[in-house]
Design a binder for this molecule. Structure first.
Ligand code: C2E
Ligand code: CA
Ligand code: CA
Length: 727
């Protein structure tokens, strides 16, 4: 190394921007020539005469490019390159091999070993300088590219990206081992031919791919970016995000491309189903919209968050293929009613806003003149999406709930806007679905309230603030009390009585319904055992208990239920679990074995709120059911609304056909009662007889009924026959 002069006098004093080239060549003449040529070209050079020296200086100083002679004594260029590549990736430090013109085999081998390019002796000054210049530029653009990758939040995956370097003229591509591994191949299994790539691009993406790469017509474009599907060794397609830079000859012809390949199929990104952009890209676009807004605050942008209503029900009852078709249709309709500059994406289940079925979409609206424009778009979307769709021969009217938030400050963060839109969507859902809501600060307030409620609920559980009420269920033929529905009540220390509608859903969302549900079940079973002991001579009373879906999912549910039955001495035939129709349909395959387990214990099962969900008859058959409860909303309106009346009639008939007991809920008038009796409905409950009351009043009511002092029908056997749940 001591024999080598540093060819620029004050090497270190030069600005950081000068490109530093390490020249490794054992032949003095060749080395000097290269050095002079490069110094003339404005480079800072460091000539050394052996591979060992090269590795030594590289440990002490940083270099931007290495020119490496292939044929050298002791350590040759290949060995040296191999050692360099241990510390410096192909994409980070270009190594240009120096060799004799005739040495084609060596050149190919050098590329394999991780060289970026080559120049040949005798040197063609212009060509050599152009090549080195290209790498200097490429290196700078690649580091800029890496910086922009960080903006894509892909930095963490950066090391997972495959790298490629495409020589357009030769038709060869350097594929990094990772590039090959991403498609399931080892390093040796893929050659450096460009067709290794193009043959693996999905036919539908090929045109886009060529247009983004070698056929890019616009000379002003420097960066390429496209999403394509590529064939994996396993036969499936993976979504790949392909990014890179163009290197042009003069101004037009692209002769080289280089960049990275990222697998965006997995997890939260990439939506192979609908072909929509992934969430990462969406967030990136949103961030750019925020930046743009900071510069041009005269136009607004907004985020819409869409969630399909009842998607899981459709998915479960009509099958996943139908569900997929629905999602694709929704995606196309969404695109059709937005401007091309707007972005749509589908969130996947692993997104931070997890939904099981991936039925969430987000939309970025840009260049809005007033925030209220979003309303117009939202209404248009609601109309466009609700057009009927034929799925598996069934006509479905899909609806969505939309929340939206407007970007009004340049300091807003993308994630915050998304969350706000999501919160607003949640409100749209709660208010009855198929509508849109703009995010308001008050919504956040309500979220805080919910947190408080959760705290209060925990306290209530620990301090015995709950108690049970019972509502009599009446046999319509005999007019006597057949059983009771258990309904929980909460006496809040300061707020007084809190109705279940205000806390059950929070208890369900937070999981508190599980301990609360066990408490209710145990109390209800105790009561049932007591009543059976006291009134068994007169009647066979049964007690129904509402059961939330989260309870049924408990792995130990059946065992715990059995323990409660044993502990309380309740007769399982006198206990009936009420499960809402939507619970049942939501995860039919998970729920079914649990219900069968209950049935095997002798416990009865009823469907609550029947008529409000999407059950198909085929499904009803598959559950061990004893009872159908017609939802209150139909009973409410059956006298005024013909449709409700028809629904009630249909459900009662269905109950007959499936040999289920049908109970009408919320009967308030005599007219409703007689109409129900006329339709053949056998059981009912409602304010007409009694509201839910505590256990003493419940018994009082039962005993006050004219038919209750004697068995409620002329003979015991007849009671048995009409009893909802025969012993
Ligand atoms: P649900 O299971 O459909 O309960 C029937 C609701 O209708 C009860 O409201 C009851 O008080 C009310 N109701 C009964 N008769 C009439 C009537 O003639 N007219 C009118 N307008 N309403 C009547 P409640 O007790 O407020 O319960 C509301 C919901 O809260 C229940 O709906 C159920 O989903 C849930 N819930 C109540 N108790 C429990 C419980 O112990 N466990 C679980 N998991 N959920 C419960
Ligand atoms: Ca119920
Ligand atoms: Ca109900």
């Amino acid at each position: 190394m001591n024999s080598d002069k540093l060819l620029t006098g004050d090497y270190k004093a030069l600005g950081e921007n000068s490109t530093r080239v390490l020249i490794v060549d054992d032949e003095t003449a060749s080395r000097e020539l290269l050095a002079q040529m490069l110094v003339k070209g404005g480079y800072v050079v460091r000539p050394v005469s052996s591979g060992c020296d090269a590795l030594n200086v590289m440990r002490q100083e940083p270099f931007d490019i290495v020119l490496l002679d292939i044929v050298m004594p002791e350590m040759d260029g290949f060995e040296c390159l191999e050692l360099i590549r241990k510390d410096h990736a192909v994409s980070k430090l270009p190594v240009i091999m120096v060799t004799d013109e005739t040495d084609r085999n060596n050149i190919v081998a050098a590329f394999r070993a991780g060289a970026n390019d080559y120049i040949t002796r005798p040197f063609d000054y212009e060509l050599a300088l152009a090549r080195i210049g290209t790498h200097a530029k490429l290196r700078m653009t690649l580091s800029a590219l890496r910086a922009s990758e960080e903006r894509y939040a892909l930095a963490a995956r950066g090391s997972n990206d495959g790298l490629w370097d495409w020589d357009v003229k030769q038709g060869t591509v350097y594929y990094s081992p990772r590039w090959k591994a991403m498609l399931g191949y080892s390093d040796r299994e893929i050659s450096d031919s460009a067709s290794e790539w193009t043959n693996r691009v999905h036919p539908d993406d090929l045109e886009k791919f060529y247009h983004s790469t070698v056929n890019q017509p616009s000379a002003s474009k420097t960066n390429l970016e496209c999403e394509i599907r590529m064939l994996h060794r396993d036969g499936g397609y993976r979504w790949m995000l392909c990014r890179g830079v163009y290197v042009r000859n003069g101004s037009v012809v692209i002769y080289r491309l280089a960049g990275s390949l990222t697998d965006i199929t997995e997890g939260k990104v990439g939506d192979a189903l609908t072909g929509l952009p992934n969430r990462l890209l969406f967030v990136d676009r949103l961030e750019r919209a925020i930046e743009k807004f900071a510069r041009f605050p005269e136009s607004f942008f907004a985020v819409m968050f869409l969630d399909l209503d009842n998607f899981k029900l459709i998915n479960d009852s009509l099958g996943h293929q139908a569900g997929d078709r629905l999602l694709i249709t929704i995606a196309r309709r969404l695109e059709a009613c937005l401007r091309t500059s707007d972005s749509v994406c589908r969130l996947h289940e692993k997104s931070t806003l997890a939904r099981h079925a991936g039925d969430e979409f987000t939309v970025l609206l840009e260049a809005l003149s007033i925030p209220e424009d979003v309303e117009i778009v939202a209404n248009r979307v609601l109309t466009a999406l609700s057009e009927p769709i034929d799925l598996e021969g069934q006509e479905i009217f899909p609806t969505v709930s939309i929340g939206w938030a407007v970007g009004e400050s340049p300091s807003v963060r993308a994630e915050d806007l998304l969350r706000e839109a999501d919160t607003a969507m949640y409100h749209a859902k709660r208010e009855g679905r198929n509508r849109h809501r703009r995010f308001e600060i008050g919504m956040q307030h309500r979220a805080t309230m919910r947190l408080q409620l959760e705290k209060d609920l925990r306290h209530a559980l620990a301090h015995d603030e709950f108690y049970l009420n019972y509502q009599p269920i009446i046999g319509l033929e005999s007019s006597c009390v057949m059983g009771f529905e258990t309904l929980v009540r909460w006496r809040h220390p300061t707020k007084g009585l809190v109705p279940p509608q205000e806390f059950i859903s929070t208890a369900e969302e937070t999981g508190l319904i599980v301990p609360l549900g066990w408490w209710i079940t145990e109390k209800a079973c105790e009561q049932a055992a007591l009543w059976e002991a006291q009134y068994y001579q007169d009647r066979h009373l049964f007690v129904t208990v509402n059961c939330a879906v989260k309870q049924l999912y408990q792995p130990d549910f059946l065992n715990q239920f059995k323990e409660i039955l044993e502990r309380t001495g309740a007769n399982p035939h006198c206990i009936c679990i009420e499960v809402t129709e939507s619970t049942l349909m939501d995860r039919a395959e998970l729920i079914r074995p649990v219900l069968i387990g209950l049935r095997d214990m002798g416990v009865r099962i009823g469907i609550d709120d029947f008529g409000t969900g999407y059950s198909s008859l085929a499904y009803l058959h598959r559950f061990p059911l004893d009872m159908l409860k017609v939802d209150r909303s139909f009973i409410n309106t059956m006298l005024e609304c013909n449709e409700s009346f028809e629904i009630v009639r249909t459900i009662v008939d269905l109950g007959h056909n499936l040999r289920l007991k049908t109970v009408a809920e919320g009967v308030e008038t005599e007219t409703q009662r007689s109409k129900l009796a006329e339709l053949g409905c056998k059981f009912a409950q409602g304010y007409l007889w009694s509201p839910p009351v505590n256990h003493e009043l419940a018994v009082q009511y039962m005993l006050s009924q004219p038919s209750s002092r004697v068995p409620c029908a002329p003979s015991t056997t007849e009671v048995r026959a009409t009893s909802l749940l025969p012993a």
